[in-house]
Design a protein around this ligand. Structure first.
Ligand SMILES: [Zn+2]
Ligand SMILES: [Zn+2]
Length: 320
């Protein structure tokens, strides 16, 4: 089942879903068309898991700046701050992808959209994610109803509830965001089932995100020849110390790590099998143990992957 190439995502053929209330086309608005745009990925949050502690990095979020289009992949805590630090005006957000429903990947989706709205958002934002994400949004809107209604009445804001569209990632649709082909592949992240790797491909660039996944050999085919593979990773040598530090989990936490996540060596194996041009590790487990730094991560991957390599840290920009 996991080998099945699945979905993406957006029924772009249905252009009506991208029209704002004023009738303006919105799917690629805010994206520069024509000419040369710098393509880059910014890692906004690079730790695995939702907890933050003094000195730690932030949970998962990415800004993919592709053909002039700012695309957000995952919205862990800190995503709004991370985007601002990258110079992105929140009102220009048009496309957000959520890989799966673990809180370190979508906790700040609602606050991001609300903050974008107060920062001047007036066009439709398209959100692509697993089934159930719309229920999160409905709950967020309910929790903020008093504020939203007040700002509409008191400040003349457009209705936030009409500025957001959800699209379920499922099989077997494939879609074009104009010149950007987005595809998804169901990965291995139990106990969740709707959990995806994502591929963004244009005529000149190809970037793949593993999402949260256990070692998943089929990802190599999905990623073949990509300019950049962004793969989650845990550092096996540091796991025992991490379990001791967490303190309030039991054996199930260790079992979860190994059943649902990839070691750095396994991520390197995928990069090598896929012949990618560069590998970046993110969703680092651990990300904040001073006893385990870049040298230890390199020691884990170098026997397998000797190509260009980036160890993720918050704010890292990778051009491609
Ligand atoms: Zn995660
Ligand atoms: Zn997860």
């Amino acid at each position: 089942m996991h080998a099945v190439f699945c979905a993406v995502v957006l029924k772009l053929a249905d252009r009506s879903s991208g029209k704002a209330v004023d009738g303006q086309e919105t799917h690629m608005r805010g994206c520069k068309r024509g000419g040369f745009a710098l393509n880059y990925l910014a890692l906004l949050g690079t730790k695995g898991g939702p907890a933050i502690r003094p000195g730690s990095t932030m949970p998962t979020a990415h800004l993919l700046h592709l053909e002039g289009c700012p695309i957000i992949i995952d919205c862990g805590l800190g995503v709004a701050r991370g985007l601002i630090d990258q110079g992105v005006a929140l009102k220009d957000i048009r496309h957000i992808f959520i890989t799966h429903l673990h809180s370190d990947h979508y906790l700040e989706l609602g606050p991001l959209l609300h903050t974008a709205w107060t920062a001047g958002l007036s066009n439709i934002v398209q959100i692509y994610g697993p089934a159930g994400l719309d229920a999160y949004w409905a709950g967020f809107l309910t929790s903020m109803q008093a504020d939203i209604d007040l700002r509409i009445a008191d400040e003349g804001r457009p209705d936030l509830r009409r500025l957001v569209r959800f699209h379920v990632i499922d099989t077997p649709d494939v879609v074009q965001l104009d010149d950007i082909q987005v595809s998804a592949l169901r990965n291995i992240h139990p106990p969740l089932v709707d959990t995806f790797a994502l591929s963004f491909k244009t005529a000149r660039s190809h970037v793949v995100f593993s999402g949260d996944t256990a070692y998943f050999p089929d990802l190599a085919g999905f990623t073949q020849g990509a300019d950049l593979l962004v793969h989650e990773a845990m550092l096996e040598a540091a796991i025992e110390a991490l379990l001791t530090r967490v303190g309030n989990g039991d054996e199930r936490l260790r079992t979860h790590f190994y059943a649902a996540h990839s070691t750095a060596a396994e991520a390197a194996k995928i990069a090598a099998a896929a012949n990618v041009k560069a590998l970046a590790l993110n969703h680092l487990i651990p990300s904040d143990d001073p006893d385990f730094g870049e040298a230890e991560w390199l020691a884990a991957i170098r026997p397998i992957w000797d190509g260009p390599f980036y160890l993720g840290h918050d704010g890292l920009r990778i051009a491609f």
